[in-house]
Write a protein that binds this ligand. Structure first.
Ligand SMILES: Nc1ncnc2c1ncn2[C@@H]1O[C@H](COP(=O)(O)OP(=O)(O)OP(=O)(O)O)[C@@H](O)[C@H]1O
Ligand SMILES: [Mg+2]
Length: 243
């Protein structure tokens, strides 16, 4: 647009802004003015979901005080902190499930393969993978402390790795789920071959010989170990059956 174009002549529109705009001092005064509501009553209108009242006063979230509605919308979308470990060999479906869960929960997904590919690091650089996973674990704990749900797509071949994360999450008072994804060697080979042919981000050729070697190293979690982890909430179980 030329500098001297009269803007008023070129466009005509109106915008309705919320009145008055919410500032931090106004928000604090809303909270102080809001009546106390027992936490048990804190449900979103029309929803069976109980809203966590850990960070803000109940009255600013539960619908008892319309003055706080804009803030309620922001707060209600926050997930409960929860750690999800996706365990399985290449091609078992970890990334596929992680993307679905990350969207549905919502949760932050930390996938070493994608980061290594984006950073130009070979996916077979074991030392770099170890360093990245250690950094991701530190970052995941920060996110959990801040109340976020986190999904780790590390594969978790060794029981000791799974145990470290379980104990770490429990130390933070956070539930932790272990999802073991399994398929036959033939099926894993078929999937990784199809994925490589499609040429998605961060895909590398993985041969049958490699998958057979990996399967020898992989420590399958038994029922005893799976029982040490938390169950997914009931509203998420049907979606996971489609994995
Ligand atoms: N339950 C499933 N049934 C059939 N195909 C699936 C299933 N889950 C994933 N796939 C397909 O298999 C391929 C591998 O899936 P995905 O990339 O999620 O595996 P992955 O466990 O993340 O593998 P990697 O460890 O190599 O990252 C993808 O092309 C995906 O579409
Ligand atoms: Mg993956």
């Amino acid at each position: 647009m030329a500098r001297d174009t009269p803007l008023a002549a070129a466009t005509s529109f109106s915008v309705t802004l919320p009145e008055p705009p919410i500032t931090l001092p106004r928000y604090h005064s809303m909270r102080q003015a809001a009546p106390a509501v027992p936490h048990a009553q804190c449900r979103q209108p029309g929803s069976a979901k109980t809203v966590s009242a850990s960070r803000l006063g109940c009255a600013s979230m539960c619908g008892s005080d319309d003055r706080a509605a804009p803030w309620r919308q922001l707060v209600d979308t926050r997930p409960e902190p929860r750690l999800i470990l996706l365990c399985g060999l290449p091609g078992s479906g970890k990334t596929t499930l992680a993307k679905r869960l990350a969207h549905a929960m919502p949760a932050v997904r930390l996938c070493p393969d994608e980061w290594m590919a984006d950073l130009g690091v070979s996916l077979f650089d074991v030392e770099m993978r170890d360093r990245l996973e250690r950094r991701f674990w530190a970052h995941a704990q920060e996110l959990l402390r801040l109340g976020q749900a986190v999904i780790l797509e590390f594969g978790f071949w060794a029981r000791t790795e799974r145990e470290e994360k379980r104990l770490g999450a429990r130390g933070l008072g956070v539930p932790v789920e272990l999802h073991y994804l399994s398929a036959s060697i033939d099926e894993l080979c078929r999937r990784v071959e199809a994925r490589s042919a499609a040429g998605g981000r961060g895909t590398v050729p993985i041969t049958r010989g490699m998958i057979e070697d990996y399967a020898q190293l992989f420590e399958v979690p038994g029922d005893d170990e799976l029982g040490l982890f938390d169950e997914p909430p009931a509203d998420r179980r049907p979606a996971e059956r489609n994995q």
